[in-house]
Design a binder for this molecule. Structure first.
Ligand SMILES: Nc1ncnc2c1ncn2[C@@H]1O[C@H](COP(=O)(O)OP(=O)(O)OP(=O)(O)O)[C@@H](O)[C@H]1O
Ligand SMILES: [Mg+2]
Length: 279
């Protein structure tokens, strides 16, 4: 992908702090302060506190039912905490907003719309001119490797291409935070690796902050600048791992790097020896 194309996708100048090589201290984008959430008075999250800075990719790892999707839904504004406070860009999260985009596991595309119209959906809702919709849709399609497929319908795309289209649709809205809930679970291993590299390339260019849920340790280590390992029954507690892989992060060789292997082993051991583990 040409650098100029990537650069043109970077539309939010205050994200410069997140661009690799920039020495400014990145600002805080997300903060959870003693957040709790109960379903029908059954606590799922309790006293959960953390903060995430602009440009970080935080991978959420943990067994089924430990509360990963619940956490993401709080950030997305779909769920309101039962206790504590959740902030996005220094404001309490009161509901969904254009500063947060959600990439679902299922593609969630509109089958009756072309790729271009799917991608430009948020701009259409915002009443932006047709020419601007087309321009943004074309740029985002190119960014995710879908150039030439703008007039195709979802049924004419492969699973990986549909997932790229869903990603482009979220990017078109220009969110400062991208929330991804196992977005690549339905695609084959090779496509999954390509999409992971794509995510990191887009992330480095746009400087957006990513919260990424996965069940795969390898995916968490490859994508995450930090990993939160959540465990069932521990509610608000989680183990944290920093991942210091070489830049550019998207290089596939990173999967063989000593840091990758070392973090992967530490996460694996923590999972195996933790209370409430499923394995
Ligand atoms: N709408 C709901 N009503 C009641 N309980 C719920 C609801 N949604 C989730 N739960 C419960 O909350 C807990 C956490 O669910 P959550 O979906 O956040 O887990 P998860 O970590 O995303 O799991 P998975 O890896 O299987 O997707 C589970 O015990 C689940 O049964
Ligand atoms: Mg889930």
């Amino acid at each position: 992908m040409p650098d100029a194309e990537l650069e043109s996708a970077r539309r939010q100048p205050d994200f410069d702090a997140a661009i690799p090589g920039c020495t400014e201290t990145p600002r805080e984008v997300l903060r959870f302060d003693r957040v709790g959430l109960s379903y029908d008075s059954r606590p799922v999250l309790q006293d959960l506190s953390f903060s995430v800075k602009a440009g970080e990719t935080v991978a959420l790892l943990g067994p089924s039912g430990c509360g990963k999707t619940t956490l993401l839904n709080i950030v997305a504004g779909f769920l309101k905490p039962s206790a504590g406070v959740a902030l996005c860009n220094q404001r309490e999260i009161a509901g969904p907003g254009p500063d947060r985009g959600v990439v679902f596991q299922s593609y969630a595309l509109f089958d009756w719309m072309t790729v271009e119209d799917n991608i430009a959906f948020s701009l259409r809702c915002a009443g932006r001119p047709r020419a601007e919709q087309q321009d943004v849709a074309r740029r985002m399609a190119a960014l995710v490797g879908l150039a030439g497929f703008e007039k195709s319908y979802p049924y004419q795309l492969s699973g990986g291409m549909r997932q790229r289209c869903g990603l482009a649709r979220v990017l078109a809205a220009g969110p400062s935070v991208m929330l991804m809930d196992e977005p690549f679970a339905a695609v084959d291993v090779q496509t999954r690796e390509t999409l992971q590299e794509e995510i990191l390339r887009i992330q480095a260019t746009t400087g957006c902050t990513i919260l990424f849920v996965t069940h795969s340790i390898d995916e968490a280590v490859f994508l995450g600048s930090r990993i939160f390992l959540m465990l069932k029954g521990r509610l608000g507690a989680f183990d944290e791992f920093a991942v210091n892989l070489p830049l550019p992060r998207e290089q596939s060789d990173n999967r063989l790097h000593a840091e990758f292997l070392s973090v992967r082993e530490r996460v694996y051991r923590a999972m195996r020896h933790a209370p409430g583990k499923e394995h």
